[in-house]
Design a protein around this ligand. Structure first.
Ligand SMILES: O=P(O)(O)OC[C@H]1O[C@H](OP(=O)(O)OP(=O)(O)O)[C@H](O)[C@@H]1O
Ligand SMILES: Nc1nc2[nH]cnc2c(=O)[nH]1
Ligand SMILES: [Mg+2]
Length: 180
C-alpha cells in the first residue's frame, strides 16, 4: 500500500501505473535497438528515478551517460538552455536516447536534441515519463511518453518542489498549504 506523504493532495500516477507504461515503452525500445549500442542520456536531476527504472528493462547493450542542463529565460521570451554537466561519450555514429521526467515548455529537450544531432549522433530520440502539452512554447514532441499530465504542479518520481519530494514512488499533486 502507498503510504501517502502528508503534503500530497492526490496521487495522479501510481507506481503500478508507471510500471505498466514503462514495460510498454521498454518493449518498443528493445525491439527498435536490438543489435545496436545506444547512449542513454538521463537528464539530471529529474530523470534519475524514471531513467533507472527504464534502463533496467532494456535488453540491448547501452552506455549510460547523464547530462545536466539549466534553462532560464533571457531578456527576451526565447529562453536559454545551458549544459552545466556534459556527457563523456562520443556520440558520433551512435544512437542517442534521452530520458526525461517531464516535457513542459519543450525548451530543454529541443536544445539538447539539437546539440546531439550537431555532434553527428546516428539518431536521437526522447522518452519522457510525462508530457504537458498545454504548456509547450516550442514545437517539440517526445518520441514516446508515459502519460499526458495536466497543467498542475506535480511532484514525485523525480519531480521536485524546492529539491524535495523526488523520492515519492508515485506522481502526485502537492497540497496548497505547502506553497504558502
Ligand atoms: O520542457 P521544459 O520547460 O524545458 O522543462 C522540463 C525540464 O524542467 C525540469 O528540470 P529542472 O530544470 O527543473 O531541473 P531538475 O531536473 O534538476 O529538477 C524537468 O525535469 C525537465 O528537465
Ligand atoms: N516538479 C515539477 N517540475 C516541473 N517542470 C515542469 N513541470 C513541472 C512540474 O509539474 N513539476
Ligand atoms: Mg530536469
Amino acid at each position: 500500500m502507498i503510504r501517502m506523504n502528508n503534503d500530497i493532495e492526490k496521487v495522479l500516477f501510481s507506481q503500478e501505473q508507471l510500471n505498466s507504461r514503462m514495460d510498454e515503452m521498454a518493449a518498443r525500445l528493445n525491439e527498435k535497438y536490438a543489435g545496436e549500442e545506444p547512449i542513454v542520456i538521463p537528464v539530471l536531476n529529474g530523470a534519475m528515478i524514471f531513467a533507472s527504472d527504464m534502463i533496467k528493462r532494456l535488453t540491448f547493450k547501452l552506455t549510460i551517460d547523464p547530462i545536466k542542463a539549466s534553462s532560464y529565460a533571457g531578456t527576451s521570451s526565447t529562453g536559454n538552455v545551458k549544459i552545466t554537466q556534459d556527457i563523456k561519450s562520443d556520440v558520433q555514429g551512435r544512437p542517442v536516447i534521452f530520458m526525461e521526467d517531464i516535457i513542459d515548455t519543450g525548451r530543454t529537450l529541443q536544445a539538447l536534441t539539437k546539440v546531439m544531432a550537431g555532434r553527428s549522433a546516428k539518431s536521437v530520440e526522447v522518452i519522457a515519463m510525462l508530457d504537458k502539452p498545454e504548456t509547450r512554447v516550442v514545437d517539440f514532441h517526445a518520441d514516446d511518453y508515459g502519460f499526458k499530465a495536466p497543467n498542475e504542479f506535480l511532484v514525485g518520481y523525480g519531480l521536485d518542489y524546492n529539491g524535495l519530494y523526488r523520492n515519492l514512488p508515485f506522481v502526485g499533486v502537492l497540497k496548497q498549504r505547502v506553497y504558502a
